[in-house]
Design a protein around this ligand. Sequence first.
Ligand code: 1PR
Length: 568
Amino acid sequence: MATGAAIHSVPCSAGRPKRSSQRRGSAFLSVRASSDANTVTLLDYGAGNVRSVRNAIRHLGFGIRDVRSPEDILAADRLVFPGVGAFGSAMDVLNSTGMAAALREYIRKDRPFLGICLGLQLLFDSSEENGPVSGLGVIPGVVGRFDSSKGLIVPHIGWNALEITKDTQLLQGADGHHVYFVHSYHALPSDANRDWISSICNYGGSFISSISMGNIHAVQFHPEKSGATGLSILKNFLSPNSSRAKIPARRRASKLAKRVIACLDVRSNDEGDLVVTKGDQYDVRDDTSGKEVRNLGKPVDLASQYYIDDADEVSFLNITGFRDFPLGDLPMLEVLRCASEKVFVPLTVGGGIRDFRDANGRYYSSLEVASEYFRSGADKISIGSDAVYAAEAFLQTGVKTGKSSLEQISRIYGSQAVVVSIDPRRVYVNSPQDVPFKTVMVSSKGPSGEEYAWYQCTVNGGRDSRRIGAYELAKAVEELGAGEILLNCIDCDGQGCGFDIDLVKMVSDAVTIPVIASSGAGAVEHFSEVFEKTNASAALAAGIFHRKEVPILAVKEHLVDAGVEVRV
Ligand code: 1PR
């Protein structure tokens, strides 16, 4: 554990702001006053995408001033610090630019501060992430990894209800509400930091979900991605009023909520317009003589509606990305930009993430493609075909080259930002010995009475089958750095007969990363069935939501009645 940098100072005027005299007393750097009450200062040290935070601040009617130098930190009236990336590299940047010292000084003076995610962790003494690595040393304690040895799924991705432990205005109205987390590390509560803790959450035990002391606040969750609750927490920070949250008399135990995800398959129709479409077993063309691409609506309008309807996440799949070049698909990037200004829950984007050479011979790496998706507003990217090739190579050689799109993107953006989308097709067999792939005993026998099946992976939107099973692929991509699996099933897609429970159970039992069950939802009961019978962390649907056959709220109400914890 680091000791050198530890300052452990409670902000000098916790709860008693004395701004002007404190500023006069600063021996650190000269400070210029900033005046605009509707402008917030943002510390973005360039390690990753903070577009969502910017969008949320702007959505709440505030302007943003970016920190360019340590002096800008000291001059801030209100500072938001959304930490991104790994703990060690963030501290390297903060130390080498002089911003670490400015942050300590700003916090020591009890100036309004809101840290987000890594912006909370960096306040502590040290982190075990690739470490120990010293932090800012404002709060005593250590940041440790969630323990996955007993089957806990890490990263912790999803919605947990806040249990408020301290009277703080920041969390006013948020007690018992679900907020969105994405992290593998968390600050460990101890006697030494107890006074700082303002809320805790339960994930394999209690962990610190927020701290507050005077004007210093930090949250482990992402308020910018936590729907209306998150926006109101951000607003409490940006324009505080005098009322305080009451500590509730009775506490509820809460666990990670199961997620309900709305998915939009997007492609250009024959007129060249980008539309939301939906296939039957991946065939998106109507059964009419014209065989036109089904058009179920405009991508941004539908995504915004699903946000309002309480979807826990929205996914865009650019389903012709495998043959088109995504960076040439400017409408898709524009869709993402517009959607991210209106959707304050996580946005995932997939399709076409691979290395590419354009007509002029210019080479683009898959990392560049993913980076453009992130810059345009994606919180996570999803890789389909290219992940299959990477898994095949890994299983063949046993060597992780570090060069696949999956490995590179996960190394730079973190595994929590990388979803692998699997498109398997069921293949019936008489006996597990018939194939060198993992089989399951199927709930309904095959056409010739077969009792077993394996799930053969495909690429290019189901067009080409590969010699690898969904089970083998899932385990391999977990090894290669995937943070989550989107598990489709071509046989069930668009059929409305329920998720393929055999498949979802097999895969979700095999990996320790979250699995999103997809394909086949036709009724609310299909959602409770998949959560009761498998270890899926989320369930995704498309057709029933697009056609307005089943509202998202009806799914959630049904899940609550069935005793499944969800965000409502
Ligand atoms: O291979 O990296 O370019 O990624 C392509 C992505 O596009 C993959 O994620 C692949 O799943 C997706 N995709 C390709 N072709 C299609 C198609 O439908 N023709 N869509 C396609 C896959 C499946 C689900 C669907 C669920 C739920 N869509 O996402 O939304 O099955 O549907 P339902 O609730 O209506 O049953 P790459």
